[in-house]
Ligand binder design. Structure first.
Ligand SMILES: NC(=O)CCC(=O)C(=O)O
Length: 260
């Protein structure tokens, strides 16, 4: 399976879902012109980290976001890895990613497992309970949100269940951009899989965000990498290449699970 991926490395209007909805529709037009087969959005793309106003601006069961993403996927005939949004549920607010296929069907939902205390997530959000694995075009993939990439065993679990591409959506700040780049490359190398990572750019009152979205192959080679500003980062991947890499260094045959 070959996929042409478009990562929407956008700035996010703080606490202003309507502005972000309009901006994303423009980005989708661009991605359609590039004939992308999968389009990826960043973390919390409708609100940014406006966590103190979540009562007012979080999305009730994600309904309005789902409607927009479903319409857009169908209109442009691409799959959408929908970044994440603040989703209001009975028990609180989750940081939730939707995967929509090109027919406009909700394929999968994943809420961030690891809350990032440095940005106060533990005070305003609740951790998810979902499994990250999903299927698109008959291929298994994994869904992860930002801080999740610091927990290699969480990503490995999806790969052990057959995921060949791991999608990461993020609001990763500039001071730790080298952690972002190195962790993503390491996750690709150790799992011999594709990593598609979409980060936001711009800033809010507390953080400047790094951009540097990345598409990385199973050898760890960077196929494409964004700069620090807004852009649609494009990269083409071929999932068949995974077999070649895994036969060159067969780490999945050489594992010693009884020892760890
Ligand atoms: N939004 C996040 O989860 C940020 C994670 C982060 O910055 C890190 O260093 O980890």
């Amino acid at each position: 399976m070959k996929w042409k991926i478009g990562c929407i490395q956008m700035n996010i209007a703080f606490g202003n879902p309507n502005n972000n909805f309009s901006a994303v529709e423009q980005w989708f037009e661009k991605a359609a012109k590039e004939q992308c087969s999968i389009v990826v959005l960043p973390e919390l793309w409708t609100t940014g980290y406006d966590l103190t106003r979540l009562d007012e601006i979080a999305h009730d069961e994600g309904k309005d976001v789902l409607q927009l993403l479903k319409e857009q996927a169908k209109k442009h005939q691409f799959h959408i890895v929908g970044g994440s949004i603040a989703k209001k549920v009975n028990s609180g607010v989750t940081n939730t990613m939707y995967i929509i296929d090109k027919e406009g069907k909700l394929v999968h939902e994943y809420s961030k497992l690891h809350l990032f205390q440095l940005m106060d997530e533990h005070l305003y959000l609740q951790a998810g309970e979902d499994e990250p694995i999903f299927t698109l075009d008959g291929e298994k993939a994994g869904s992860f949100i930002c801080y999740d990439i610091r927990f290699p065993e969480w990503l490995r679990k999806s790969v052990m269940s057959g995921a060949k591409a791991l999608f990461v959506v993020a609001e990763w700040p500039t001071p730790r951009v080298e952690h972002w780049r190195i962790l993503l490359q390491a996750r690709a190398i150790e799992n011999q899989c594709y990593i598609i990572a979409c980060n936001r750019t711009g800033s809010d009152a507390n953080n400047e965000f790094a951009g540097h979205s990345m598409i990385i192959d199973p050898w760890g080679t960077i196929i494409s990498e964004g700069g620090s500003g807004e852009e649609l980062l494009i990269g083409e991947i071929d999932l068949h290449e995974i077999d070649e890499i895994r036969s060159r260094i067969p780490i999945f045959d050489d594992r010693r699970p009884k020892k760890y």
